[in-house]
Design a protein. Structure first.
Lengths: 115, 113
């Protein structure tokens, strides 16, 4: 299996532009998570989906952030408009099942720089 | 609410010596505990997990972790460190009521040759 695939790996954009991050979970996994990693705040959960349905989006910073999962094999995280403070590494992770004992598998991340 | 604390920002150890990376947790229900490792410019890789049963859990790359319920700790250990173990280590917890992992702040392990 190719693992969780994220694109792009790196994104540099100007403040005010729209940014879309993409994720393909591991085939057969039905839970998907978006995390953000910064030096100041560490790893923060933004949102997670179970069976393509958003379950908890309490970590989404503000209305500029939105996430979708139109099918079991694809998810997007969109920032519109982007701001310099959104600069971070964004990770997508997936897991098989929703049980507490199930480990999540992470993609390699998208490093976003907003200038 | 669930939380994880990793009290050390960095741990330095000489190659061949044993290593310990500390983690304490707080959950309202039964704890499900995980360790992940992150190498530079890479995503997090799963190392091991504690669900229930044996308090000593063995994982990948020779790592193990000791669960201590009375101390609410889940320390990561390895009997003999390698330079290639140098990386960022994250402890994470998930309780039965929440499906997403909550991560600690991370501990940077530096193994000197």
């Amino acid at each position: 299996d190719a693992g969780v695939i994220q694109s792009p790996r790196h994104e540099v954009t100007e403040m005010g532009q729209e940014v879309t991050l993409r994720c393909k979970p591991i085939s057969g996994h039905n839970s998907l998570f978006w995390y953000r990693q910064t030096m100041m705040r560490g790893l923060e959960l933004l949102i997670y989906f179970n069976n393509n349905v958003p379950i908890d989006d309490s970590g989404m910073p503000e209305d500029r952030f939105s996430a979708k999962m139109p099918n079991a094999s694809f998810s997007t995280l969109k920032i519109q408009p982007s701001e310099p403070r959104d600069s971070a590494v964004y990770f997508c992770a997936s897991s098989l099942g929703a049980g507490a004992l199930i480990e999540a598998f992470f993609g390699q991340g998208t490093r976003l720089t907003v200038v | 609410a669930q939380s994880v604390a990793q009290p050390e920002d960095q741990v330095n150890v000489a190659e061949g010596n044993p290593l310990t990376v500390k983690c304490t947790y707080s959950v309202s229900g039964n704890p499900y505990l995980f360790w992940y490792v992150q190498y530079p410019n890479r995503g997090l890789q799963f190392l091991l997990k504690y669900i229930t049963g044996d308090n000593l859990v063995k994982g990948s790359y020779g790592f193990e972790a000791e669960f201590n319920k009375s101390q609410t700790s889940f320390h990561l250990k390895k009997p003999s460190a390698l330079v290639s173990d140098s990386a960022l280590y994250f402890c994470a917890v998930r309780d039965t009521g929440r499906r997403a992992l909550t991560f600690g702040s991370g501990t940077r392990l530096q193994v000197q040759p």
